[in-house]
Write a protein that binds this ligand. Structure first.
Ligand code: 9MR
Length: 356
């Protein structure tokens, strides 16, 4: 086994990364687009600031793109990888009891070969569920056992290899109440503890998270998360972290981001920013890109200032593979690299955020 692979398996954060990058640091973007000037790789910047990693999501179909893979695989740039789709329920247990890990293994093996940490995403979510789960009309007992088998098998498959797990994804409504889905409607709040306990049994050393969007600023949804974590802790349910997705809009970073991260860490859990991107209306102007740089810097420096905010993951790194345009018509340019792999001003904002 290589040193790099061993480091990843032990969930240890490697030290003393070189201050160099194989990626081109000052590539210019399109004829007139402003580009980044920093030569500091992002994971190096995060580690120098005392964070565990700076990471990126990725997806299997992107791994045939050699330019993409070369940048993704640079552990000075990305110290952590999240599989964007391949560990979800529809990918891992498409029919009951039949587990498939080909896609998941591909990304896990890539990260291990690169010496990168992994975040598992996810065990239980209302979305991307196979119809056998949503339409099974299962009793509470049966669904409980289905969740236990699913989370236990998926987390157990990668025991000792995936350091952080989004065990429960997006459980909250915007008003802070629990979302209606097949799990909640059948089992009530208990489905969350069933999933967390199964994950804990399968990998006692993994950090177990609840992950959601719209909990970046204070408000009813963040309060709902606080109450949920309090109630889990009161019941001795294993919970280690809150994942703040942070799918944000340029010019609209919540002013209460720092206060909110602090109210989460005050619960005795860690916080990770798990899916950061900052979208804008297209076409992107130079002013938009300058504002985006400021916004990335603000999010990163806010996490940087709070020791319980342990790392930041962007939801893929290049606009070429962002989820945004397909979901929000007319919007995009949300990531620090443009679709031609040129670094945007946002890149400098991230480096400055870790340096502040
Ligand atoms: O990036 C994922 C995209 O490829 C999928 O089509 C989509 C389906 O719901 O899920 C995307 O990832 C989501 C993540 O799992 C949870 N938070 C929101 C992300 C963006 O939609």
């Amino acid at each position: 086994m290589s040193f790099k692979a061993l480091v990843a398996i032990l969930c240890v954060v490697p030290h003393a990364l070189a201050q160099t990058s194989s990626a081109t640091a000052t590539a210019t973007s399109g004829a007139s687009s402003p580009s980044a000037t920093s030569t500091t790789p992002l994971n190096v910047a995060a580690k120098a600031a005392g964070k565990k990693y700076f990471g990126s999501a990725t997806d299997n179909h992107e791994l045939t793109d050699s330019t993409y893979v070369e940048i993704l695989s640079d552990s000075n740039m990305f110290g952590q990888i999240t599989p964007g789709n391949s560990l979800k329920w529809d990918a891992t247990e498409p029919s009951r009891g039949n587990f498939t890990f080909t896609q998941g293994d591909q990304i896990v093996n890539l990260a291990k070969a690169n010496g990168q940490l992994l975040r598992g995403h996810n065990c239980v979510w209302h979305n991307q569920l196979p119809s056998w789960v949503t339409s099974g009309n299962f009793s509470a007992d049966t669904l409980s056992s289905i969740i236990t088998t699913h989370c236990g098998t998926v987390v157990g498959r990668y025991q000792g290899q995936i350091c952080f797990w989004d065990v429960v994804n997006e459980p909250l409504n915007d008003d802070g109440t629990l979302r209606s889905d097949v799990f909640y409607d059948t089992l009530g709040e208990e489905y969350i503890s069933i999933a967390l306990r199964a994950a804990k049994a399968a990998d006692p050393d993994a950090k177990l998270y609840i992950n959601d969007y719209g909990i970046e600023g204070t408000g009813p949804k963040s309060t709902g998360m606080v109450n949920l974590v309090k109630s889990l802790k009161a019941a001795s349910v294993p919970i280690d972290g809150i994942g703040m997705q942070a799918h944000l809009i340029v010019g609209q970073v919540p002013s209460t981001l720092g206060d909110n991260i602090k109210q989460f860490t005050a619960l005795g859990v860690e916080v990770a920013i798990t899916e950061l991107d900052l979208r804008m209306t297209l076409p992107a102007t130079d002013a938009d890109l300058a504002q985006q740089k400021e916004d990335y810097q603000r999010v990163i420096s806010t996490c940087n200032a709070i020791s319980g905010c342990i790392g930041v993951t962007i939801w893929d790194y290049t606009d070429k593979y962002s989820w945004v345009p397909a979901t929000f018509s007319g919007q995009g340019a949300a990531l620090p690299w443009d679709e031609n792999f040129n670094k945007k001003p946002a890149y400098d904002g991230i480096v400055a955020g870790f340096a502040s």
